[in-house]
Structures are given as C-alpha cells and as structure tokens.
Design a protein around this ligand. Structure first.
Ligand code: SAM
Ligand code: SF4
Length: 618
C-alpha cells in the first residue's frame, strides 16, 4: 500500500517518463536507507531520551494516503515555509524547526546556484535556523553544487573529503554535524553520493528546497534523507531570496527554471528539469522590493532567460505563435501564448528608472526584434548581451543540436549590432566536442576573430552521462588536444577582446560602484554598462547634485570614469579589467533620459557632465 502511495506522488508531481521512474526508485531506496542504522549514529543522549526510538516507529508507520493526495494536488502557489505546512506523519511540528541551529552554505557553479542558495537560506531562516559564515561553528553544512562538467563535480568530492575530518571530530558531540548536498549534483548522482560518501546526511535536488526543513529533521535523527523529485511548476515564486551582504548593490532575480532544449552535450535538462516560468506579477513584486531596499541593479536569471513564458494568466494563453531569432529553430514543438520575455523586460525596466537591468543566460534563438528594440530604447537596460555560440562550425553545431548554423548566428550578431549600437557581446564556447576536427576548431577560431566578443567563457568538453552525446556520439578528441584547442581559443579571444575593449579607453563610462577593489585599498571597483569590471582610485570627486562639493563614492553610487587601460584577467572564464586614471563626476543616480546613442563614444562626455538626479530634473 505504501509503495502504491509513493508511486502516485512521484507520477503526479513529475509527469516526465524516465525521470519519474528514476525519482521513484530513489524514493524507495531512501526509505530503505532510512530504516537501516545510519553510519553517523545519534548521540547517546538522544537514544536515552527515546527521541530516536519514537522517530523510527513513526517513520515505519509511514505517510498516509491523505498525505500524498494533499501533496500531489498542491496548487502552484505553495506555502512559503514549513511553518505553514503540516508536518508529515512521522515528524512532529517542532522537529521541523531549526531551533537556532547554525547553517553554513557554500555555493559552487553559476549565478542560478547563487540565487538558489539565497532561496534555500530564505526557507531555512523561516524555519528558525541561523546562518553562520564560520565553518567551525556550523551545525549543518550545505553545499549548493554544479554538475555541468566533470571538474565541477570533482571539486565537490574533494570538498567532502575535507569535511569528513570535521564531521568525525564532531561525531560524538551533543550536536553532531550534518552535511547536505543541494542542487544539480544531488539530482544527477542521487544515491551514488550516499554510497560513496557515507558522511553525507541529506540530498536535495533543485526543486526540493522547500523540503529542506523536513530533510534536516530526518537527518537530525541520524537517518539519511533525500528528495530529488523534479517538478513541472516549481519556481519558488513566493520565496523571497535572502541576500547575505547588506552592502550589496545588485541582486539576482530568478524568472524561470529548467530547460527544454536538450543540447546533446548538456546535463542541465536532466538536473534542473523542464522549462517553467515564474508569474510576471511575482517578479515585479520582488524587483519593487529590491528597489525599495536601495539596490541599483538586478540581473534576471534563468537557464534560458529569454525563453521566458508566463502561462499563469489564462487570458494570455492564446494561440499566438512565438517569434524566434531569424534563421533559428527549436528542438521541441513550437510553444504558443503566454507573456513573453519582451513583456517582462518592459515591465521590469519601468519599476525604477535608476535601476540597471541585466539578464543571463539567454539562448540565441530567443532574440526577436521586440526584445532588441526594447534593449535599445530603454536607458536602464544594459547594452550587454550574452550570446552563447558553443562552436563556429555548422557541422559541430548540428551535432550539438543547437538549432542554428554559423551563418544564422553571424547574421544575428550583425542584426544585434545594428539594432543596439555599442552593444557589448559575450559568449560561451566548448573546445573538443565529439567529432570536432582541426578544421572545425579553426572555424571556431575564425568566429572569435569575426565577432570580437568583449567577454568570453571557454570550456573543454566534458562528457556527461544521460546526455544524447553520451548515448550516441564518441568522446573522441583526446584530452590533450581539447586542452590545446582551449588554450588557442583563449589566446585568440583575449587578443580580440583587448582590441575591442580598447575602444573604451579615454571614453566616459558610467560605473556602478560595488566597493573596495580587491587589488588595493586605495582603489574602488565597479562595473560599466557592458559588465566590464572597472578599477578606479578612491578619491574625492565632484558631486553631480551639488557642483563644487567634493564627495567620496560609496557602493551603490554611479560615477563617471575614463578608463586609461584594459587588461585581460587570468583564468579560463576570461574577463577584462579597465583601470582608470581619471574620474570626473559622481552622482547618486543616473539621469537616464540623457543617455542616447553609442555610449562608448567620447562625444557623450558633454551629456554626462549634465548628469543630475532624476528627481531634481523632473
Ligand atoms: N542555456 C545557455 C545556452 O545554451 O545558451 C547556457 C547555459 S549552460 C548551463 C552554460 C555553459 O556551459 C554552456 O553554454 C556551455 O558552453 C557549457 N557547457 C554545458 N555543458 C558542457 C559540457 N558537457 N562540457 C563543457 N561545457 C559545457
Ligand atoms: Fe544546456 Fe542547451 Fe539548455 Fe543551455 S540550452 S542549458 S546548453 S541544454
């Protein structure tokens, strides 16, 4: 009977064939795990007071049919914390509470993981956990993990080895240390993590963060706990992420999750599930709150952020088909209706004209003209577009199932540059994909030369299980060849980026101050519109509001600077650094209406001199 109940729950919440089966298997495995004595046995005190015995007997009784029916038919608006939820039958309500236990969260991977960390923390905070930045005093350590490449996972395995010593030391203390793996690696490897690292107490996939209080309650009793169910509708729309840094000037706002593209090399659709978008109203509410808190920049986040489609309002679910970038196709049946990215971008950019808007990571197929026009005409939408190409060879792009040819991609680049003069471009490339020949590689080199990106993220191909490439293609480029090609791509990228970024030397740039530079205490750092990191001296400068008054820039202020040089930074994810010898103005706001035309252009200087706060001008 219990098995049937579990199947019911897994099927209703997944409705995605193969994954449903895998997750169900894990559910069963975990229940089996739970009934076995754990390697990390609970402290003697706990056994004495009978908590453990009581818990095991309740766990053995298992959840009721009503419990599964309730969770299976849960509406999209979910309760924001465990406080609002009834505990499962094998736990008491108070066991879901953190009772001031201290959580240490460590984030690996992309910005989505940074945002997921804030979401996980928001859920735990509401349950009564405290956060600590000190590993030694933590009661719970949670690693928010990435699976995109083998190297990312190896980093986590190495970290778990280090944490083992810490956990062993604390094994017999009154409060044993609990260790959890969150995110993509939990989703991808599931019980393999429990098998390889017995010291791991809990696993939570990217759609299971609401379940963290329950998982931690189970882990607290000395059992291993896991929830790796993927959802069709989880967007954490009602969970307001809690940012840790009070001095932060910018924030990430997650607008969609998952991916339906199934590029042949990529694990993301398997670890993060199907594409789904958050309702526009909840995104706007979050952006308004961030603006009220004084934040000056939001980055809209999603695995394919510009594929956004809010289907939550019935009146917009019409049969209007989707406009794609010219020459691009999808790997899935064309979707229709819903509120699209251009609508959201329009709304978000109107919340606060003094707040910069960025978005990442987009897919090149979803740049219809209405999106480009909006970026061009809205002053506070940054003129910066990430346009992941992956390869410059049409043959490789086809094997990757990207849905475009090199020619279509190049045409899109030209169209972007015509539509948004001065736009900064960045891209992702993979070196050494299955079957990539020297000639294919040279096509990628020539694409880098042709496009001249401002920023780039370059990777050696890493074969991932479950993907189409794993099943159908051969990882036949030797490791040393992949690395050699990667080095070549990095070199060419840097040469071209240096050339193109030099255009900004001597030109006025509007920079949002982030704080002190890591390089020196006498310098500040910030980012320009193109997301280029800019380092400039922390000196007194003229106040844009009160001419003649000298002030020092603070995080969250906008300053006008003139870069004196550009330097490539080290590392494979290549960025450029601009140093500035002169700063000639300072203002709390930027007067967006003054901003016209190419803004790397030196002629803008006069415009910026008249920079005054919006409120005073209107
Ligand atoms: N959705 C975005 C797109 O497709 O345009 C990119 C998001 S993906 C999470 C980030 C980047 O990781 C990809 O653009 C790709 O360059 C890289 N990546 C993904 N799978 C990879 C693999 N198996 N090996 C190496 N790099 C990979
Ligand atoms: Fe991965 Fe392709 Fe989806 Fe990007 S679009 S997340 S590369 S499957």
């Amino acid at each position: 009977m219990n098995s049937l109940q579990c199947v019911l729950q897994a099927q209703r919440s997944l409705r995605w064939g193969p994954l449903a089966a895998v997750s169900w298997l894990l559910l069963r495995t975990c229940r089996a795990h739970c009934s076995l004595p754990s390697p990390a046995s609970p402290s003697p005190e706990r056994q004495e007071n009978g908590v453990q015995k009581d818990f095991s007997s309740r766990l053995a009784t298992g959840p009721t049919f009503q419990h599964f029916l309730r969770s299976a038919s849960a509406p999209q608006e979910k309760p924001s914390s465990s406080e609002a939820e009834d505990p499962p039958p094998y736990l008491r309500k108070e066991e879901l509470l953190g009772r001031q236990r201290k959580v240490y969260l460590e984030t690996y991977g992309c910005q989505m993981n940074v945002n997921d960390t804030d979401i996980a923390w928001s859920i735990l905070q509401k349950s009564g956990y405290l956060r600590t930045g000190n590993l030694q005093e933590a009661d719970v350590i949670l690693l928010v993990t990435c699976s995109i490449r083998e190297k990312a996972e190896q980093t986590i395995w190495n970290r778990l080895h280090q944490l083992k010593t810490l956990k062993t030391k604390r094994l017999h203390s009154r409060a044993p240390l609990r260790i959890g793996i969150l995110g993509c690696m939990a989703e991808r490897l599931k019980e393999e993590i429990f098998n390889r690292e017995k010291m791991v107490d809990l696993l939570a996939g990217p759609d299971a963060y609401r379940d963290l209080p329950r998982l931690l309650a189970v882990a607290e009793s000395g059992q291993q706990a896991a929830n790796v169910l993927l959802s069709l509708d989880e967007t954490y729309a009602d969970v307001l992420p809690v940012q840790m840094s009070p001095s932060a000037t910018s924030a990430f706002v997650s607008i969609m999750r998952g991916c339906d593209n199934m590029c042949s090399y990529c694990i993301v659709p398997f670890t993060r599930g199907r594409e789904r978008s958050r309702p526009v109203a909840s995104i706007l509410e979050e952006v308004r709150k961030l603006s009220d808190q004084g934040l000056k920049e939001v980055t809209l986040l999603g695995q394919n952020v510009n594929s956004f489609r809010d289907n939550s309002e019935v009146q917009f679910n019409n049969a209007v088909s989707t406009n794609l970038s010219r020459g691009f196709t999808t790997n899935y049946k064309t979707k229709q209706g819903g509120l699209r990215f251009s609508h959201l971008l329009d709304q978000v950019s109107q919340v606060d004209p003094e707040m910069r808007i960025r978005f990442t990571s987009p897919h090149p197929k979803d740049f219809p003209d209405e999106v480009l026009q909006l970026i061009q005409e809205r002053d506070n939408i940054c003129k910066q577009i990430h346009l992941p190409a992956q390869s410059g060879s049409s043959r490789v792009l086809e094997a990757m199932r990207r849905g475009y040819s090199r020619e279509a991609y190049v045409e899109l680049v030209h169209h972007l540059r015509e539509s948004i003069p001065g736009v900064c471009l960045s891209s992702d490339f993979i070196a050494g994909f299955c079957g990539e020949t020297e000639e294919d590689h040279q096509h990628t080199v020539s694409l880098l030369r042709e496009v001249q990106y401002n920023t780039g993220f370059l990777f050696a191909y890493s074969m991932r299980q479950k993907t189409r490439a794993y099943h159908r293609l051969k990882d036949d480029v030797p490791e040393e060849v992949k690395l050699r090609r990667l080095e070549e791509l990095i070199t060419v990228f840097r040469e071209e980026a240096s050339k193109v970024n030099k255009i900004s030397v001597g030109c006025t740039q509007l920079v949002l101050v982030e704080g002190l530079s890591k390089r020196s205490v006498t310098d500040l750092c910030g980012r320009n519109d193109g997301n280029l990191k800019v380092i400039f001296p922390d000196t007194e400068m003229e106040d844009g509001i009160n001419p003649g008054l000298k002030v020092r820039a603070q995080p969250g202020d906008y300053v006008l600077v003139k870069p004196s040089s550009v330097h490539p930074l080290c590392g494979k994810e290549t960025r450029l650094l601009a140093s500035c010898s002169s700063i000639f103005s300072f203002c709390h706001f930027f007067w967006a209406a003054e901003r016209r035309g190419c803004w790397l252009c030196a002629q803008q200087e006069e415009v910026w001199r008249s920079c005054l706060p919006l409120k005073e001008k209107t």
